[in-house]
Structures are given as structure tokens and as C-alpha cells.
Design a binder for this molecule. Sequence first.
Ligand code: ATP
Length: 270
Amino acid sequence: VRARVMQVEHSPDVTYADIGGLEEQMQEVRETVEMPLEHPDMFEDVGITPPSGVLLYGPPGTGKTMLAKAVANETDATFIKMAGSELVHKFIGEGAKLVRDLFEVARENQPAVLFIDEIDAIASKRTDSKTSGDAEVQRTMMQLLSEMDGFDERGEVRIIAATNRFDMLDPAILRPGRFDRLIEVPKPNTEGREIIFQIHTRKMNLASDINFDELAEMTPDASGADIKAICTEAGMFAIRDDRTEVTLDDFLGAHEKLQQDDETGADDSL
Ligand code: ATP
């Protein structure tokens, strides 16, 4: 079961340079995750326990996973990822056991960054109806909180959780010593989009008419993931046309196509 639901990568290949438009967020992640991993002695000397984890929240496809991977890369830490939805199980005690396994794997592979995506799946506000399914989810969350509370023995393990639904979260996970650093990861502004277009076209053979400013202006609602999709689709336009150079028209066409797909629901990832 472990191998199926847990993704383990030793020093993943994402770097800070691959992330566009999230300077402040990057700075905060570095302070709260990198510092304790690289200089645990400083915290010991001062006599404080660093916060167990940080919570990244914001719309899908904005770079939350990338931030977690980049910090693991930068600190030569093992990146361990699990989706909150994978922790929701039918059988009693199974979710809690997975949480224990997760921390066990992190301990065995420290220094480690433990990334829990979709944390809302196990940490939503309590519902009134106490069906057995809810109770099981509750137990899973209690196990997570207790693992986090016993953190001083965890050594060099940092936890990053992410959610698209901040408003749904149970305040219990936001108590001091748990996820007490909250970092909003919004969709990029115009400048951010420009940088992200530059990042995702680094290896592309671009025609001289490409203007990143213009690309950023024409995609006001795009997330980083949307921009990546536009770049790939623009490349596909060139290939269909039997060209090796990608033009501004290709990007315009790609953007239009993806917007249409989005409207008709043909591609859920956008
Ligand atoms: P979700 O909430 O859906 O899990 P996420 O916020 O974790 O999304 P990522 O998985 O980090 O999003 O991003 C998906 C892909 O989109 C990345 O692999 C990257 O190619 C691109 N991307 C997203 N945000 C950025 C960004 N800020 N800079 C560069 N690329 C980005």
C-alpha cells in the first residue's frame, strides 16, 4: 500500500529558478522550512522548537507542489508526497496507520520534506452528522496532529501541507506548533505571468515576434499550470504546421483553444 500512495523522491529536480512570480512565498518557505533543516543547531542553541509545518493555500496549479519540491532539492532532502484524499479509507484505522507509516518513512529518510497535498480531505471543519466515515476521517486527522505534536523527536523532518480550500479547514490544525505559518499562493499577476512564460519557453525554439509582455497581458486568468499548458499547445500548433519555430500566432491559437476546451469542460486540468 505504501508504495502505491506515497511518492518518494530524493532531491527532486525542481529549483527555485523554475518558479515564477512567487518571490515572497519563496522567501517565507525558505525561512521556515530550509532554516530548521540546515541549521537545527541554531534552534537548539536559542532553545526554541521551530514550527512543525507550513500550510500553502491558493487556487490549483499555482506552484504549491513546486515550492515544496524546490525546498527539498535545495536542502538535499527527501521529498515525500501524499494526497490527503489517499488517507481517506473505508476501513477503520487504515488512515491513521498510513499517517504513522508516512512519518516513519520520513524519519527513515531524513532530512525530509513531507508534503501533504489536499489536506482539507482529512482536516475539514467538523460536520454535525457523525457518520462512521466522518469518524474515521477524524481519527486520521487526530493521528496527524499527534504526530505533529510529538515533533521534537522527529529530527530533521519538515511538513508542508497544501489546500485549495482554506475556508474549509478545521481550526485545530492551525494551532500554534502545528501549521502556524500560513502562506498564500495566489494566481500570478501580469509580471508573474511574464516570468512564468519565460520559464516555460526556455527550451522552446521561439520566433522573434514573441513578446512576453503581450503573452502575459492576454492571459489575465491563467495559473502557472495554465501557462505551461499554453506553451505546450503552442508547440503543438507549430508541429501540426510542420514548423520548428513557434510564433506568437501559435500562442494566440493555443490560448484560444484551451479557453474553449475549458468552457466545454473538455479539459478539467485547466
Ligand atoms: P494543485 O493545488 O492542483 O496541486 P499546485 O499549486 O501544487 O496545484 P503545481 O503542481 O506546483 O501546482 O503546478 C503544476 C505545474 O504548473 C508545475 O509543474 C509547473 O509546470 C506549472 N506551474 C505552476 N505554478 C508555477 C509557477 N509559479 N512558476 C512556474 N511554473 C508553474
